[in-house]
Design a protein around this ligand. Structure first.
Ligand SMILES: C[S@@+](CC[C@H](N)C(=O)[O-])C[C@H]1O[C@@H](n2cnc3c(N)ncnc32)[C@H](O)[C@@H]1O
Ligand SMILES: [Zn+2]
Length: 395
């Protein structure tokens, strides 16, 4: 059977072999040649390499920490880019399960597993992802790590994935419906993610928090808590990693991690609260809100330190992890100086000067890992405004 698959793919001029990380992958030629990778005959996105690199490092760290027989499931595997790479590049992981509704994608995954010599470490399924996950929901069949990487929103899979992961196991999730999560369609966000999105300058962080919130709601109903380990975002997608912890006490703790972000579009003031408040403390203007969403940390300091100290990371991934570690105990949201300067009709000072001035006033400040122009700080917006005005005097 595998020989047939191999033959079919190896004599097909539409198939090419590439190398990603330390793994050889057979992929449709069109996915390398066109700007937008086609879904037919099977999906492979070369631009998601960084996303996959990060996941491999994080899975390795979790597997090392779990120090047990570890089973990873790539529930929407495409051509198996992530799953096959895990089988090759994560020696801490003992078994890899790859599933996709598209049988051609799974043929690619099988052939790639074979050429890398990891076929025996892998199992393959052609099913709807929820069906696949529920099939593995009884306690003896659950996975230690499950990835959910659909086209668009992952919400149809959240209930199923929670049931298919063991206690202390990890779930990684990608969402590409960023227009919904970043405040273009707040009502759709409320319907799908249980919380309203809001189109602020830090909307990508709101998106991360809404996705974690939706995962929390799915988990809590089942007396399960979640603990976010790491989150990141680009223009095209949002990605979160969270472990789950069984038990009502953990679920209660998760419940306490949900609330609202309140934002004043008049004076840039923002606030985290367990309830919706009407007026801005600073200027009395009407506050807008995002949520309910995850209001606690989106990176786990201990885990990220463990990751850096125990797994050899690529330069790019290490930089991202260190940035996230450094901001892990900063309050939610960040400021974009351009936005403030624009509203005040002033010039935009250099971020480095703003960060220096914030620190001089006794507050903490750091560049945001989510937005290169963003500044995370515990200083109130009135201080940032004051600093931008002050710096403009010498510009
Ligand atoms: C974004 S791609 C996955 C990419 C892959 N994880 C990677 O890193 O290369 C989404 C995949 O989901 C598959 N798919 C779509 N609906 C599905 C469903 N209901 N169940 C299982 N797979 C599905 C598609 O065939 C496609 O391969
Ligand atoms: Zn205000």
């Amino acid at each position: 059977m595998l020989n047939e698959v191999e033959k079919r793919l190896s004599f097909n001029e539409q198939v090419i072999k590439i190398v990603e990380g330390k793994t050889a992958l057979l992929v449709p030629k069109a996915s390398i040649e066109s700007n937008i990778p086609p879904k037919i005959p099977a999906f492979y996105n070369p631009q998601a390499k960084l996303n996959r690199d990060l996941s491999i490092f994080i899975y390795r760290a979790i597997a090392k920490k779990l120090s047990r027989h570890v089973r990873m499931a790539d529930s929407l595997a495409g051509v198996g880019a992530r799953g096959v790479r895990v089988a090759v590049e994560a020696p801490e992981i003992n078994e890899v399960f790859m599933n996709d509704l598209n049988p051609i994608a799974i043929d690619y995954a099988k052939a790639s597993a074979k050429i890398n010599g990891v076929y025996d470490k892998c199992s393959f399924f052609v099913m709807d992802a929820c069906h696949f996950l529920i099939k593995h929901s009884s306690s003896k069949d659950r996975f230690d790590i499950v990835d959910v990487d659909p086209f668009g929103s992952p919400v149809p899979y959240l209930d199923c994935v929670i049931r298919a992961v063991k206690d202390k196991g990890l779930i990684s999730i990608t969402a590409t419906d960023t227009a919904v999560l970043c405040g273009i369609y707040p009502e759709v966000s409320a319907r799908k993610y249980f919380g309203y999105s809001l189109n602020t300058e830090y909307c990508h962080e709101i998106g991360i928090r809404l996705l974690l919130g939706a995962l929390a709601y799915s988990a809590m109903r089942l007396d399960i808590g979640i603990l976010p380990l790491f989150s990141h975002s680009t223009k095209h997608y949002i990605r979160v990693y969270a472990t789950i912890a069984l038990g009502a006490r953990n679920a209660n703790k998760t419940r306490d991690s949900l609330g609202y972000i309140l934002h004043c579009f008049n004076c840039f003031n923002r606030k985290v609260s367990s309830f919706i408040e009407k007026n801005c403390d600073e200027c009395s203007a009407t506050l807008r809100f995002a949520g309910p969403l995850w209001i606690k940390g989106i990176h786990d300091k201990d885990f990220l330190s463990y990751l850096i100290n125990n797994i050899e990371l690529t330069k790019e991934c290490k930089k991202m992890i260190i940035n996230s570690l450094n901001e892990s105990d900063m309050p939610p949201t960040y400021y974009i100086p351009d936005k403030i300067a624009d509203k005040l009709q002033l010039k935009v000072p250099r971020s480095i000067d703003i960060i220096g001035a914030i620190k001089d006033k006794g507050y903490r400040a750091i560049r945001s890992s989510i937005n290169a122009k963003g500044i995370k700080t515990d200083a109130p917006s009135s201080i940032i405004i004051e600093i931008i005005k002050e710096l403009n005097k010498s510009m």
